[in-house]
Design a binder for this molecule. Structure first.
Ligand code: ADP
Ligand code: MG
Length: 343
């Protein structure tokens, strides 16, 4: 029977939804704007992100998954329901109800998994399955996850970097560190403040990171203008920053990412390490696009490294692919406790 099943990547920075037969239909920031006084949700997704920094102080923009754990259940549930419902409304998926596969941060607790599962059901799913993100990323990257030989995936998102070794449909070793895209942005903000006495916003920092950030020496180094506010005078100010300075500012974060990869390799059983050496390390997530991070990891691990195709969409592709194959789905879904634990 024809059914519009849904795959969903609930990321710390971006949420993506793919509908079977239609491809990716939602790609929006995981942001919710809330009225501080009435506690009402005012906007979700890109509309909510646009409000950041431009709205009266009574409106706050929340990223409920910011740290990789679902620290704010109620808001996560609202966001998830909103996205599933809007897909249902736009595409008339009502009958039969869709099956939903949701990629969740690895290390989510039982209570958090249950909350995501229940929210998907409440939003109109016929059944809801959860997959840990590294597993979804590996499937989306086309890695042979069911194989006895090991594969390694490094997913550098907004809030967290997840490193995982996968074999026989399971996660054999994994590491999750808070060093990822947000920490890079913060490092640039701190650098501008400490070295240039200039205050810059989160968005400016992210733009500069994307335009000129790197983790390995570049063939050609250049300088960029950075607009901010002079901390001494309070007036607008433009500073010039070189790609060398930026790389230096980002190094604490990129070092920690490299360290997480090395620690994972060091604690992986030797037979699997030789598989990894042959197959190489797959890098994915938006952070994998940072210039030279692939070369940096390759140099420091001596393993081959490659970035997956369209790394911001690898997890949602993996969720959708898992839905296509019942066998894969059965095998890779995260265990969810069958009853709601006492609150
Ligand atoms: P999550 O899965 O946690 O939602 P994503 O995989 O969507 O995260 O990645 C978002 C992060 O990737 C953000 O921090 C963003 O700034 C960063 N990013 C996106 N494109 C680039 C790029 N070209 N270079 C460096 N970082 C990037
Ligand atoms: Mg992600």
């Amino acid at each position: 029977m024809f059914s519009h099943d849904i795959g969903m990547d609930l990321g710390t920075a971006n949420t993506l939804v793919s509908v079977r037969g239609r491809g990716i239909v939602i790609d929006e920031p995981s942001v919710v704007a809330i009225d501080r006084v009435s506690k009402r949700v005012l906007a979700i997704g890109s509309e909510a992100k646009r409000m950041v920094g431009r709205t009266p102080s009574t409106i706050v923009a929340v990223r409920p998954l910011r740290d990789g754990v679902i620290s704010d259940f109620a808001t996560t549930e609202k966001m998830l329901e909103y996205f599933i419902r809007s897909v249902n409304e736009r595409f008339g998926l009502g009958i039969p109800k869709p099956r939903v596969v949701v990629g969740i941060p690895s290390g989510a607790t039982e209570v958090e998994k249950r909350a995501v599962h229940d929210a998907a059901m409440a939003a109109g799913a016929r059944s809801a399955f959860l997959i840990e993100e590294p597993m979804a990323a590996a499937i989306g990257a086309g890695l042979p996850v069911m194989d006895a030989a090991g594969s390694m995936i490094v997913d550098i998102g907004g809030g967290t970097t997840e490193v995982a070794v996968i074999a026989l449909g399971g996660i054999v070793r994994s590491q999750s560190v808070r060093a990822a895209g947000d920490a890079m942005d913060q490092a640039i903000i701190d650098y501008a403040r400490q070295v240039h006495n200039t205050l810059i916003g989160e968005r400016t920092a992210e733009q500069i990171k994307i335009a000129a950030g790197s983790a390995f020496r570049l063939d050609e180094e250049w300088t960029v203008d950075l607009r901010g506010r002079d901390l001494a005078t309070g007036l607008p100010k433009t500073i010039e920053i070189s790609t060398v300075e930026l790389r230096d500012a980002l190094s604490a974060v990129t070092n920690e990412i490299v360290r997480a990869v090395r620690v994972t390799i060091e604690t992986t059983p030797p037979e699997l390490v030789s598989d990894l050496m042959m197959r190489g390390i797959a890098m994915t997530g938006g952070g994998a696009l940072l210039r030279g991070l692939d070369r940096r990891i390759a140099t420091e691990t001596r393993f081959p490294v490659f970035v997956t195709e369209d790394p911001l969409r690898t997890v949602v592709r993996g969720c959708a692919e898992a839905l296509e194959e019942a066998g894969t789905l059965q095998k890779v879904q995260a265990a969810v406790a069958s009853r709601r634990p006492p609150r």
